[in-house]
Design a protein around this ligand. Structure first.
Ligand SMILES: *Cc1c(COP(=O)(O)O)cnc(C)c1O
Ligand SMILES: [Zn+2]
Length: 389
């Protein structure tokens, strides 16, 4: 029997309703589609309090996800929320918690989005999927493609950390190396997409990666006893996680899982070598201009022109948050600081969040009493060059 209370898809810009049984990318108006659920369904009665006996992966929230109809889980999601008092104390926020996404099957939170998106693409009849990636999304898509029996084409910039190439290949996906950055990889993919009949799995260009990532919002609430923290620091590339968590908070409020009007302030963290969202936010714009020469070793946030810029900026404003550019040259040191103080070797993207936290404390945007959740979005083990080992 079906568990999911998914009813339809809705355009994030024009509001048009779309069928959930169709394999869809964008609305005809060009904007992202969002999954909508019947949040008053009797299937949700007392669900919150029935969750604790379920398996520790993101599919524990099956009612609030689409339903592929076959098992795909490798244990993705339900990652630890680890108190980080030593790093927190030093930064001036002793109630710091690290959401450690390096515990996911392929070592990053990209597993969340791609588990759900690859499964749904397969279930709705795609014959192959394709995506541009800075590394982690490619590994995740390739792994879940192997799991679901869906051929995956991954387009990676040629200067992606080398370990990612071997990984994508080992999972049986087709690797395409492209000169330039992720935007160039996207262009190279789109040149072949239609003629090859691949389904576009690019972030926020299909409706379900963001559904997988929203489970980070459910988990933080569940792990904090159905309270939300005061602040969330999130390394922002395409912005899927920010947008997804904000959606989760909205859904939880509608179901009465958390109190209304107490959502966290959302902070987007970027490197000063690629900070299109920081610049647009500071200028009060609702669209971000492309960053001319994106340069950062934190490859997951080397996204010069995020497709969902409008949605990212909206979340930051609605949450009374901010966008912070950290110094590129300080990221590797911050990774060592987290590793040596807390025993977690973060991806450079996660390390950047520690630098942002220090800035927020200095500017009194974060206070010592605040509960702060810092996202370590991946493992540092895949970035030996960037982290200097
Ligand atoms: C992709 C990625 C990001 C950025 O995530 P978005 O949700 O696309 O903003 C951050 N960190 C790592 C390690 C990533 O792989
Ligand atoms: Zn539309």
């Amino acid at each position: 029997m079906s568990r999911s209370v998914l009813t339809h898809l809705e355009c994030s810009a024009c509001g048009k309703r779309h069928e959930r049984h169709d394999l869809l990318n964008l609305c005809a108006c060009g904007a992202s589609l969002m999954a909508r659920y019947d949040l008053t369904s009797p299937r949700l009665t007392a669900l919150r309090d029935r969750l604790s006996v379920r398996a520790p992966d993101l599919w524990r929230y099956a009612e609030l996800l689409p339903e592929p109809g076959f098992p795909i889980s490798l244990g993705e999601g339900f990652t630890p929320l680890v108190p980080a008092p030593a790093a927190g104390e030093r930064a001036g926020a002793p109630r710091l918690l690290i959401k450690d996404e390096s515990a996911n099957p392929t070592g990053s939170f990209k597993d969340r989005g791609l588990s759900v998106a690859v499964a749904m693409a397969k279930a709705l009849g795609a014959s192959a999927g394709a995506l541009p990636s800075a590394g982690n999304a490619g590994s995740a898509a390739a792994a879940f493609g192997a799991r679901a029996g869906l051929k995956i084409h991954v387009f990676l910039p040629i200067d992606t950390p080398r370990s990612f190439f071997g990984e994508v290949d080992a999972y049986g996906a087709v690797l395409h190396k492209v000169a330039g950055h992720i935007g160039d990889a996207g262009r190279a993919m789109r040149e072949q997409l239609a003629s090859q009949g691949w389904f576009d799995l690019s972030t926020l260009k299909e409706p379900y990666r963001v559904e997988g990532k929203k489970t980070m919002g459910f988990e933080i609430a569940e792990q904090l006893g159905w309270e939300l923290p005061e602040a969330i620091l999130y390394p922002t590339g395409g912005g899927t996680g920010l947008i997804g968590m904000w959606k989760a908070f909205e859904e939880m409020e509608a179901m009465g899982w958390v109190a209304k009007g107490r959502r966290p302030r959302m902070y987007a963290v970027q490197s000063d070598g690629c900070a299109p969202i920081v610049r647009a936010f500071a200028e009060g714009k609702d669209r971000a201009e492309a960053w001319a020469e994106p340069k950062t070793a934190a490859s997951g946030i080397r996204v010069p022109a995020p497709f969902a810029d409008r949605l990212i900026l909206k979340v930051l404003r609605e949450s009374s948050g901010d966008a912070i550019a950290v110094k590129e040259g300080e990221i590797a040191g911050a990774a060592r600081e987290i590793a040596s103080l807390e025993g977690i070797l973060p991806a450079p993207e996660g390390a950047a969040c520690l630098l942002a936290l220090k800035h927020l404390v200095r500017t009194s945007q974060v206070r010592a009493t605040d509960r702060v959740v810092l996202f370590n979005t991946g493992t540092g083990l895949k970035y030996p060059e960037a982290l200097g080992f």
